[in-house]
Every structure is written in C-alpha cells, then in structure tokens.
Design a protein around this ligand. Sequence first.
Ligand SMILES: Cc1cc2nc3c(=O)[nH]c(=O)nc-3n(C[C@H](O)[C@H](O)[C@H](O)COP(=O)(O)OP(=O)(O)OC[C@H]3O[C@@H](n4cnc5c(N)ncnc54)[C@H](O)[C@@H]3O)c2cc1C
Length: 462
Amino acid sequence: MDKVDLLVVGAGISGLTTAYFVGKERPQWKVVVCEGAPVVGGTMQTSYHEGFIVEHGPNGFLTNKPHTLELCRELGIEDQLLPSSDETRRRFIYTGGKLREIPLNPVKFLFASNILSPWGKLRMLGEFFMPPLKREVDESLSIFAIRRLGREVLERLLDPMVAGVYAGNPDQVSLKSTFPTIHNLEREYGGLIRGMIALKRERKREGRRTGGPAGPSGELTSFKSGVGFLPKEISKRLKNNVLTGCPVESIQKEKNGFMVLTSKGKRFEARKVLIAAPAYAAAAMVRGLSPSLADELGAIPYAPMGVVALGYSKAEVGRPEGFGLLVPRGERLPILGVLWDSSIFPNRAPEEKVLLRVMIGGARQPELAMKEDNELMELAKEGVRITMGIEADPLFTEVFRYPKAIPQYVVGHQKRLERIEEILKQLRGLFLGGNAYRGIGLNDCVKNAKEVAHSIMGNPLH
Ligand SMILES: Cc1cc2nc3c(=O)[nH]c(=O)nc-3n(C[C@H](O)[C@H](O)[C@H](O)COP(=O)(O)OP(=O)(O)OC[C@H]3O[C@@H](n4cnc5c(N)ncnc54)[C@H](O)[C@@H]3O)c2cc1C
C-alpha cells in the first residue's frame, strides 16, 4: 500500500493543473495522479496524419481570460503558443437555407445583415428599455432570451451558439450557471445593451479588444503541435507521479484520510483526495462513502457529441475564410456546426489541403452522436454539402465519439453545487474538481484547478 499526501483522480487539464500547483507550493508532499485512460489529457488530445494536426476535442482557449496563458508562462512553454489567424473573427450562421456572416460591428449587424428580420431587430433593440428583474432567479437561456431579446434572437443566434459550443439545449441550460457574464450584465448594468456599451467603453479606455455579435473578445490561441501538448507538458513536471491506465474504483473513509482502490487492485492511503474525473465517474467512486454525494454527482447531466474530422484538397473545395459556421435547430440539419480548423490555425493541414471538423449530436440530437463511424461520416458529409456546397469526397477522415461530452449546467445547477458543498464539509479532505461544476472552457478549468489547489493546501483564495 502506498501512502500519499494528495491523490488526484483524473489527468485531464483540471487534475493535472491542481497537482502541479500543489506539488510546486508543497514540495515536501507526495502527490500522485491516477488516470484511468492510457494517456493523460482527458478530452485534450491531438492526433497526426500525413501533415494534418487533428484535435479530438478543444481547439484552443481565449486570451480574454488570463488563466491558461499564465499557466503556460509558469511552465515556460510560451514559445509553443500559436495564435489563431486574424480571419478567425469571421463567423457564420446557416439560416434560411443560406450561409450568412455575422457582422463584427453591431451597427452593421443591425443595418446590413439579414440574419434577423426587421421585426426581430426592433424587438432586440427594445431590450435597452426593459427594466431588469428585481429578484435573483435561476432561469433557462430560452426564458431569459424570450423575456429580454425576443424569440428570433433565441432561435437564430443563441440556440446555435449554445448547441455548437456547449452541446446544450437552451430550454434546459441555466443562464446563471452557463453564461454568468450575461446574467451579471442584467444585474449590474440593468440590461445587456446597457452593459455591453459600458464594457466597451471600459475596454476601449484600457486599449483592449472588444467582442461583438459574432463572438467573444480575446484571441483564440493554441499550441503549435495542438492542444494535447499542454497536458503532456504538465505531466512531465509531475515526473513519474502520474500513473496512466490506473482507473480508481472506490474511495473509502479511513481514520486519517481515505483509502483509494484502483480496479487493478492497487491501494493508496491518502491524507487528501481530489476527484477531477467527470461527475458521473466521481459518483461511482463515492457511492460507498456517501450515497447522497453520489446521487447529487450522478444527477449532473452530460450531452453526447460526435466529432468528424474531414480533410480535403484545397483545389476541390476552396479555402473557407473564418472560424466556422453554426446551425440553428430550425434548419433541421443533422449537424450542429463546422469548425474550419485549417483556416483558424493554418498549420493544421498541409499546403493545398483543408481540414474541417463537424460537430454532431449534443443535447439537441443526442441519438445522432452515438451512430456508427460510417454513419457519422455520412452525416458530416451531408452537413458540409448543404451548408458549404462541398460535393467532393474527403481525402482523410477521423471520427471521435463522446457518449458524455460536456456537462450541462441545467436550471438548479447552482443549488446542487451548494448541496454538494454541504456534503463535502462532512467529508473533510475530499475535494472535487473538473469541468462539471464551475466552468467548461479551458480557462475556467485552469482557474478552478488553481482555486482547488489553494483549498487543498488550507489557504483558500476566497
Ligand atoms: C468536443 C469538445 C470540444 C471542446 N472545445 C473546447 C474549446 O475549443 N475550448 C475550450 O476552452 N474548451 C473546449 N471544450 C471543453 C474542454 O475541453 C473541457 O471542459 C476540459 O478539457 C475538461 O477538462 P477536465 O480535466 O475537467 O476533464 P476531462 O478532460 O474529462 O478529464 C477527466 C479525466 O478523468 C479520467 N477518469 C475518468 N474516470 C476515471 C477513473 N475512474 N479513474 C481515474 N481517472 C478517471 C478521464 O479518463 C479523463 O482523463 C471542448 C470539449 C469537447 C468535448
């Protein structure tokens, strides 16, 4: 039996980052990470095929939040960062049977774009005059959008965004938990338009880039060899304390900590334990320790997703210019959107080739995400044929399937987190981390991982 000070379950970005910070601040502690898969990184994986650099999940992080950049600086790997090309700020929506660019400039969006009807635009502008809600509510994105912006904004802009980025359904996801910034605009500034004007002024004063209707502020950034590089680098810093192919089966309470059992029969006596595996996996591990904690964790829903990478010859399909396209559910297409990976980061495909990634399923069409590889490929090809007019056969394809891709912060998520916190108080020494609780983007995972590290070391940041 091995004795450790901290045992971390899960070597995704969340678990690795916490292990790294604790190891750095407490060099006298023995910190071990147990990862169930044969490789580290969780959903941050990259594969390489004849000059194509293919992301299985995330393709980068935004620099409007400092957390991932700061981590890269600490690790001394800034020279490996890869900023996206400028054209990435061009984003498209497939609506009314056509691919339409979302203008960056709000004035152009109102006067030159036909993504919304004139009535839809008027309804959206009416938001300026709408009083804010007086009390704090946990409402779905749909209810919020219909209340303040109108149904067209929901159906043509917000629905495709939440489906493409979070694999979510706007009728279910909580505005407060999934989009806290939007929620706070109403609370702090009295409305979205008022808040956006105020923030734009602030950012202009500070000389920062601002977001617009097309997308968030900040620059999408990755690594020259793909996002899989980052977890591997963190893992290197943890030396041989990261055990891959080592799934944790159960965690039991002991007098001075916990007993952690792996499915390979290995046992650890740990003073403290951080579970940074997905919530459904955490639920299975703690069932014997606390059935009520297991019930709360097991109730966090996940949406499935299929990701199909398609490599083409540039001569046959041309080179799309921009970030990619999203599809509202009203279009009834079998895809959520397409990322134009080799336009975002040109080194993702060889010269004269193009790499696209098609997102399928999500909470909108969960049954599609789990289809066989060849069926997913056909759906992806149909999607790019309809939206981008691509008839050519791909030179290269790769399919990634996630039965539980992204946790859904549904209405009631915040209350669930409060109940989980209460239970954890009784289980001193047990901590939870990962994307199931307080943010899904890589920046959120890194930020939360650092906060959890401080709590583990006994000096919480808040
Ligand atoms: C398709 C897709 C695209 C995305 N795109 C972006 C993007 O462009 N930008 C962005 O910022 N974010 C993106 N995200 C979100 C982001 O990638 C994730 O939120 C983040 O990587 C989650 O990291 P994590 O460490 O919390 O969890 P994970 O990466 O899920 O890691 C959890 C780890 O726990 C391990 N584990 C599970 N069970 C056990 C067990 N019993 N014992 C031991 N280990 C176990 C797993 O094998 C895994 O390695 C995307 C996500 C997906 C799925």
